[in-house]
Design a protein around this ligand. Structure first.
Ligand code: NAI
Length: 292
């Protein structure tokens, strides 16, 4: 098997750049690719600015920040990262896009590379189906913001091999994460439990029972780190809506997981949350995402 020294991260959005940061901080050589031209280089620049802030606050040494950036290379084409022994995809939450990408990676990286998906909700069994070697496909579900959140759900599809689960679990530990093995059930563990949290908040908004500020203040006062509206803004409404839709369908349209009209309206209007500058709240341009 290839070593996991070289890691390819695909998708330089909210999650991809966080995963790339954590991998580089753990000493891996990291290649970052995004289908949108310039997005990977732009994400690296944003990370550089965030690391500068951490250095200024004394939470990173200059040398550590430089080492992280030195290990992170944006690539314009996937084939520029053919040496990678591990690919982690963090692209749009759509089955066909993920399947297409993994089929391409299978050809590029060779038979012994591990193909991991950061999907929040799509079946790993389904993503792997039809590949030449489905046993090397595994879920590595990180949480947002990646540098701060310790949990990683290591998701085992029907055909994922024990060896692949073992290797990514060990690697997650080496990255300072807390891996938990989950089966490829809809929403895995955390998103299955979290769906009703978002759904109930969205229902309260639809009923005009409370404004986002009030909901968030209540839940914070009740001990939650973030309220549901600010959390959905952080996640991204497009991603959150896709996840709910996927869990709803995968549970044979169980009403408990019904997607929200309020959230679909936000997505339709391009009010995606922090990443677009506006969701339930407005974010001044360049507002820093939580980092570590
Ligand atoms: P995002 O919208 O911030 O970023 C996605 C990136 O992927 C974009 O830059 C886009 O240009 C790129 N992309 C889309 N299709 C592509 C393709 N075929 N090839 C290469 N690049 C492509 O999305 P985000 O939030 O980072 O989510 C990515 C994945 O991570 C999704 O599967 C999502 O469910 C999952 N996830 C998201 C979390 C969150 O809080 N946002 C938490 C945990 C998992």
């Amino acid at each position: 098997m290839k070593t996991l020294d070289d890691v390819l991260v695909i998708g330089a959005g909210v999650m991809g750049i966080g995963i790339a940061q954590v991998a580089a901080e753990a000493g891996h050589r990291v290649f970052l690719f995004d289908a949108r031209e310039g997005a990977a280089a732009q994400a690296r620049d944003t990370l550089a600015a965030q690391l500068d802030q951490l250095v200024a606050k004394g939470r990173r040494s200059r040398a550590a920040a430089d080492a992280t950036l030195g290990l992170l290379t944006p690539v314009a084409q996937l084939r520029d990262a053919a040496c990678a022994g591990l690919a982690i995809e963090a692209i749009v939450e759509k089955l066909e896009a993920k399947r297409g990408l993994l089929a391409e990676l299978e050809g590029l990286l060779g038979d012994d590379a591990i193909l991991a998906s950061n999907t929040s909700s799509i079946s790993i069994t389904k993503i792997a189906a039809g590949l030449r070697r489905p046993e090397r496909v595994v879920g590595m579900h990180f949480f947002n913001p990646v540098p701060l959140m310790r949990l990683v759900e290591v998701v085992r599809g029907l055909q994922t091999s024990d060896e692949v689960v073992r290797r990514v679990t060990e690697m997650a530990v080496a990255w300072g994460k807390t891996p938990v093995t989950a089966l490829s059930t809809p929403g895995f563990i955390v998103n299955r439990i979290a769906r009703p949290y978002y759904a109930e908040a969205l229902m309260l908004l639809q009923e005009r029972a409370a404004a986002p500020e009030a909901l968030d203040a209540c839940l914070r006062a009740a001990g939650f780190r973030m309220g549901p509206c600010e959390l959905m803004d952080l996640i991204g409404h497009d991603t959150n809506f896709s996840v709910t839709t996927s869990v709803f369908e995968a549970n044979f349209f169980d009403r408990r997981f019904t997607p929200s009209l309020v959230q679909r309206e936000l997505v339709d209007g391009g009010l995606l949350g922090r990443k677009s500058g506006r969701g339930f709240y407005r974010y001044p341009e360049g507002a820093p995402a939580p980092t570590a």
